[in-house]
Design a protein around this ligand. Sequence first.
Ligand code: PLP
Length: 394
Amino acid sequence: MTQSSSGDNPVFRLPERLLLGPGPSPVPARVLKAMATPPIGYLDPAWFEVMAHAQGQLRRIYNTNNARTLPISGTGTMGMQACVAALVEEGDNVVVGVNGYFGNRLVDMAERLGANVTQVENVWGRAIDAGALEAAIKKVNPKVVMLVHAETSTGVRQPMDDVTRIVRDAGVMLLTDCVTSLGGVAVQLDDWGVDAAYSCTQKCLGAPPGLAPVSFSRRAVRAVAERKSKIHSFNVDIDLIDGYWTNHAYHHTPPNNMLYALVEAMTIIEEEGLDNRIARHQQNHLALVAGLEAMGLSMNVPAGERLPSLNAVGIPEGADDGAVRGELLGRFGIEMGAGLGAGKGKVWRIGLMGHGSQRRNVLTILAALGTVLNHQGIACDASGAMTAAESAYG
Ligand code: PLP
């Protein structure tokens, strides 16, 4: 038997990339190193300590006291599925805010579970209107309202104060997608009154893809206990999964190394300070926007609804979407995201997430994008863009 380190295996000789797309985001070396810690038995008391530590960290980042706060094995979609499957039963009335790709995915999941879904729509690039949400809640008296806090497909950050007050006043449950906000944009589960939330590891938390942190309020835990039917899937049955996290009753073998990564990533967040990290995401976002606008490009979302971690910018007239992204990747090693769903061919998505949200990355992508656009015959002032970005830092 031969042992080779990954560096010796030609399969892993991948090009180095600067990940400034919709995720995954760049992973700090410390996190990768933590992943090399050897796996340990799932019933080993030493492992239980790692689990408990991770849960405490997640509660602090989610700003919640929810006991049932844990990382589901799988990516954000698995967290989404676990939350939707827990709160939705056949015949339930559900209201979903739909202003992008992931709102549509929530509708799809709820419908597959037999829910009667009412969609509160807005155009892609705008937040869900609180008045429209209130009207839908009054009309159908849902069991649960579902909202995407950070719509990665459009770059919209849903302002939460009004919508969460409306949902709270109506006494219905609230499920929230925090995939592109947790760890980079303020998430206040308890203050907002969120009953079920999910996220992922590969965006603002700064770890590789593979876990989906979820959190359930006491009311949501009670609602699951009072279900008429079993949760449809053994895999995402939150009672069974939580049974392992609280009573160490086997459900599936936990992916140790992913949890090591998440713990290390959250330790980095604690060292930086969550508030500082959120401010850093905001500052880099503002500088990027200043640079893009100085370049003559326009943002897809009005200023009050922009998501700092995902910047959707309109593709300028005459630019070849694929050619621009291809040249950025080929010449500069920079990944910039394409549009998704209805945004395909219309916007580019620049992610400034976690470790990727850095001043030098803002300047790098502005310089590279300006150069590529000029090369492809689109006039723009790359150095003016960098000056505008730098002055936005003050
Ligand atoms: N929700 C949102 C808002 C997302 O951006 C994503 C992925 O980008 C998902 C859910 C699904 O997450 P994953 O791709 O990790 O399964």
